[in-house]
Design a protein around this ligand. Structure first.
Ligand SMILES: [Zn+2]
Length: 225
């Protein structure tokens, strides 16, 4: 049986290794450049860039994390209130683009928010557990991929808005991460980054990189307060 993928997702996808076009055949995606093949499980393409054959071990590592912490579980009211405030802040800054990329989607609240709005949301996460759950819950105008933040599996300028909430403090090279976000952002698009960590040297360096990049593109910088 051939897997169905949202045409807007197919249009924006690119090989995480060589950035060539990916073509859907049966239940997998194949790169037209380097020939790599990427599986699709439960409607979610697994686009992990890998130079070795151990990529499933890598994936399992992150899946274990998702098993330990259930992002979909209801939070205690204090935490829920804090999360709601942050969500409202992000939505205020997001802009009106038709295509939204949510990097590090967690409970996929962005997809939930935009269900039925006609705006296309793509969630990216390192685990199949979160993304597959999200696809089941939010089937409209929605797609999800499993990928690594440093090798986004999208063509240049694929999205009009990008959210990276509470993730920059977890990546090993924040400046490289931000540069990769800018690569897939449309000119004039909105990039919303939030972090609870304000004093890290690496993050400070990443925002210096943003100031350099913004000279060519409009963006929104958001810091959680
Ligand atoms: Zn390729």
């Amino acid at each position: 049986m051939t897997t169905q993928l949202d045409p807007r997702l197919l249009e924006s996808l690119a090989c995480p290794h060589c950035k060539s076009r990916l073509v859907l055949s049966s239940d997998q995606l194949q790169c037209q450049g380097c020939g790599r093949v990427f599986p699709i499980e439960r409607g979610v393409p697994l686009l992990i860039e890998s130079h070795t054959d151990d990529h499933f071990d890598y994936l399992q590592h992150y899946q274990k994390d998702a098993e330990i912490f259930d992002y979909f579980q209801e939070r205690p009211s204090g935490t829920a209130h804090e999360e709601r405030r942050l969500a409202e802040y992000i939505l205020d800054e997001l802009g009106g683009s038709d295509s939204i990329l949510d990097v590090g989607c967690g409970s996929a609240w962005v997809a939930k928010h935009f269900q039925g709005s006609g705006r296309f949301v793509c969630s990216l996460d390192a685990t199949l557990i979160n993304t597959a759950k999200a696809i089941e819950r939010y089937p409209k105008n929605y797609a999800a991929v499993v990928a690594v933040a440093f090798h986004l599996p999208f063509s240049d300028r694929a999205f009009g808005s990008i959210i990276a909430s509470e993730i920059i403090e977890h990546v090993v090279d924040p400046a490289a991460f931000v540069a990769e976000l800018f690569r897939v952002l449309k000119p004039g698009g909105s990039l919303v980054i939030t972090t609870p960590t304000k004093n890290s040297f690496d993050i400070h360096f990443a925002f210096t990189a943003i100031r350099t990049l913004r000279s060519t593109r409009t963006f929104t910088r958001s810091m959680r307060r």
